[in-house]
Design a protein around this ligand. Structure first.
Ligand code: GAL
Length: 308
């Protein structure tokens, strides 16, 4: 697949899974994302809902339909006039349910809340449970979720006018918070967070706050989730590194002992035509780095045969 372009599903239609996440469950990859398949006006689209695609090799994607759709009732929180972004799905082994978190907002981004929904099937439909703000009334915009070892999971979102990233621990059901939280990278104005855990260290990829325009990615590192996070460097290498190769991180995922990052290549004039790329993340003793590749060739076939 040609990186940077809008990929097609098995029916030859453009994949609508922007700002998305990839979950591997029982031999199948599920790609959840924003369905932006409608007209772009003034740099935004009406909220349609979140889609799901499935694949065994990350190359051929079957459209599984919407997992949560907009609700066309006047004043509804999930109305078409709203913003629904960065859907992130976790599998909860204790409750055996799939939990969806997303950035829920008004068209002017002042609502700044989190929506949560759950389902007993990876392809939904998901039941909408409502919206919350972390820590009571903290703002929450760009976000990600991360399932750690030992069943713990965290939601990380841009808060306080996007100046801070807020880590909130999810409770045993993953549909609420324990109340344990920490503000990190205060005053740094980072968004599009995505976590990598490698060799016992946590790495947090983030972008700057320039809307649909690409900017330099920065990496932050910590020894533990509640430890001291320090901004390190731009992990991108080579030509295009100052603009994250024209993209912005949507999510990270690991497969066969390797980490990958999925980027969105936003097209603000036609958001439905925004491209994607998947790049391998090299992790070593000196940290992580990411280089551009013109094509993504899927995952290791041998590994897939053994485990798929
Ligand atoms: C980006 C953000 C996207 C979307 C966009 C709207 O900075 O990462 O998810 O919110 O702004 O302009």
């Amino acid at each position: 697949m040609k990186n940077g372009t809008c990929w097609l599903d098995q029916d030859g239609k453009r994949i609508q899974a922007h700002g998305g996440c990839i979950l591997f469950h029982k031999g199948i990859f599920y790609w959840y994302g924003e369905d932006k398949g409608t007209k772009t006006r003034d740099g935004r689209v009406d909220f349609l809902g979140f889609s799901c695609y499935s694949s065994r090799n990350l190359l051929e994607w079957k459209n599984e339909g919407r997992i949560l759709s907009a609700v066309s009732k006047p004043g509804h929180e999930l109305g078409p006039d709203r913003v629904g972004e960065r859907p992130s799905v976790l599998w909860n082994p204790k409750t055996e349910r799939f939990v969806l978190w997303f950035h829920l907002d008004s068209a002017d981004y002042s609502y700044a809340r989190l929506g949560v929904a759950d389902s007993d099937s990876p392809t939904g439909p998901f039941r909408y449970l409502g919206s919350v703000r972390p820590g009571g009334m903290r703002e929450s915009r760009d976000m990600t979720v991360f399932a750690d070892e030992g069943g713990l999971a965290y939601l990380i979102s841009s808060s306080d006018g996007n100046s801070t990233l807020l880590i909130s621990e999810l409770d045993h059901s993953y549909t609420g918070f324990t109340g344990r939280e920490k503000s990190i990278l205060c005053g740094q104005y980072r968004e599009a967070p995505a976590v990598i855990k490698e060799g016992g260290r946590y790495y947090l990829l983030t972008s700057g706050c320039t809307g649909w325009d690409p900017n330099p990615m920065l990496c932050a590192e910590a020894e533990s989730i509640w430890g001291r996070w320090r901004l390190t460097d731009n992990p991108c290498r080579g030509e295009g590194r100052r603009k994250t190769f024209g993209g912005q991180a949507a999510c990270t995922f690991s497969q066969g002992g390797k980490w990958y990052v999925l980027l969105d290549h936003w097209n603000p004039d036609d958001l439905s035509d925004s491209g994607y790329s998947i790049l391998p993340v090299n992790a070593g003793a000196d940290g992580i780095d990411i280089s551009w590749q013109d094509n993504f060739g899927g995952i290791d076939r041998q590994w897939n045969k053994k485990n798929g």
